[in-house]
Structures are given as structure tokens and as C-alpha cells.
Design a binder for this molecule. Sequence first.
Ligand SMILES: C=C(O[C@@H]1C=C(C(=O)O)C=C[C@H]1O)C(=O)O
Length: 340
Amino acid sequence: MTQAQQTVNLPSSVFTGLTEVSHAAATGNVLGVVNYTTECTDPRVENGLLTLDLHMASDLGEAFAEVWTTTGTVETGEHHGVVYAHDGEYLLVAGRIAPTGRYTEDTRAAYVAALDLMDGLGYKNCFRMWNFLNDINGDNAEGLEIYRDFCKGRAEAFELFHFGDKEVPSATGIGSQGGGIAFYFLASRSAALTSVENSKQMAAYHYPRQYGPRPPKFARATYLAGTHTDRRSGQIYVAGTASIRGHETLHDGDIEAQVRLSLDNIEHLISDENLADYEITQGNSLLNLDNIKVYVRHRSDIPAVRRMCEERFSPNARVQYLNVDVCRADLLVEIEGIIA
Ligand SMILES: C=C(O[C@@H]1C=C(C(=O)O)C=C[C@H]1O)C(=O)O
């Protein structure tokens, strides 16, 4: 077989209750567990499992775990403050930056540690990043918004690793209820990776200066396939998506219109029309989106948001609603998901 024909198994994730992690783990080898819970802690290896606690829930009733499984035997370790698990094909890296008055340097250092690990262990295809920022719209000690401060450190780290804009992974950069900045990344060794943009949105890495000293570096989605020739049955990791057209926030103050545009943005992003630029044809619609997280700024908006989402998602889709701030002060909602 040639390299191009070898098929790589793709990773999978499920949402489960915090206490049912071991049950979910029985379905495969666990790469790691991310708890969306009531406090943030440093990532750790616990009973052989990479575990990261994020402060994303107000009480335990809202908490859930995201369990990442794979097919190979998992090994764990620690590298310059970041914790990792890998199985020869996939790598999960998790880190946390303690609260500080200026995040640029610490973000750059933590990202450098994670990117260096990917390089060193040979997982060169980073396909998804999640970042959780406490007080994301607040100012740092120098009056720069914490999200923009973070974006600066991230851009500097990517630059050090010569990450071309077209190679950036899809990401989420969202608020959290505490704990500084926490993050986790997924990378693969040999699965085929394509970074995808949305033809109706400006690439985030081209956002103008009005959004901060360095633009956010992420792709709107990443397409991950078991072979380099598969353009029909890969996974699509949809980045956090909001009510933005071009580079502008639309529908300031109107939650329903923001939900509608966020959903329309994802619908277009995953459509064959948008994916034609990448020669991907999958016939996807919102009905194929799963493992969805819906981030809502005001708790009182959650019932309306849920109603609107339920009209457009599959009734079988796994969806979690979280009450946190969003990366621009005028954004009320953001949605991400996976087509697996
Ligand atoms: C909503 C947007 O950006 C958010 C911020 C991201 C980041 O900084 O990594 C990624 C996706 C979204 O969570 C957007 O700019 O469209």
C-alpha cells in the first residue's frame, strides 16, 4: 500500500456525566477527560487519565465531561508545564495559565511548550484548539482586553513555530467563570488535515487592527480524514462561530438574530458550496452536526437559544448549553460542533 492509501482511525468524543467517565471509557482507550465543571484546576494525570477541569458551570447540575477516545494504547506525560496523552496517532495536550495582569508572555510560553511537544513527538497536524479565558472581556493591568492580550501571545507563539495562516487549526476562544486561561489541543501524526475558511466571513487571521494588536489565529473549521484522497467521509471540526459577517458583529443586542446568523454561518461553512474550494463533497447540513456546545452570555437567553437550536439540529445531536462570556463584548452567543 502507498502512504496515501493507508487509512487512519479518527478520534471520537462523547459527553457524559462527571461520574460516568469510567463507563464511557469502556468504549475505547481514553486519550483524556475534560470536565466542564465548577472549578478550574491545573491539568493532571489521575488514575492514568489526562484530566482537565474547566470552570464552565455554575453548579454541578450543569457540569458534564467530554471524553476523548482513540484506538491505540495511551501514554501520558508532562512537558514544561503542559500535560499530554498520546497513542501513536493522536496527541491531546492540556495546559493552564494562572491569573495574571498580563497574559501575552505566559500564553506565548504555554503555547510554545505545547507546540514544541507536538514537534518533538511528531504530531505535526494540530486540528483543534480550545481556549477558556476568565474575564475574557475585562481589561488586563495595562488596559488591554484580556482576549486581545491572549491573542497577542498566541500569535507570537505561532510565529516562532512558523505556523502559516493557512495551517492554523480550528479553535474556540471563549469566556470561563474562573481560573485564568485553560486550554487543550488535539493533534494527529498522519491523518490528513485541511484548514477550511467560510466564504461569508473574513478569515480571523485577517481581522483589521480595530479588534486588537494581533488578530486571532484560527481556522473556521478543520477537515480531518483517514487518507489524503478521502474528500467525502472525513470529520469536520467547526470552530466557535458567532454572529459575524465579513469581520463585523451583526445584530448587536438581538439574541434571536445572533443565534440565526451563527447557525447560518455554520450551515454555509459545512455546505458543499463552501467546501468546493477544498474539493470536499459531503452533502452536510446542520442535521449532521454533533457534540455541539452553545455558549450563551446571558443565562436568561438560554431557553430561547435552546428552542431555536432544537429547530435546526438533529433531535439526536448531543448539545450542551453553557453560560459564559464571548470574545467580543457585543456577541451574545457562539456555537461549535463536530461532524464525525
Ligand atoms: C467568534 C469568533 O472567535 C472566537 C474566538 C476564537 C479564538 O480566538 O480562538 C475562535 C473561535 C471563536 O471561539 C470569531 O472571531 O468569529
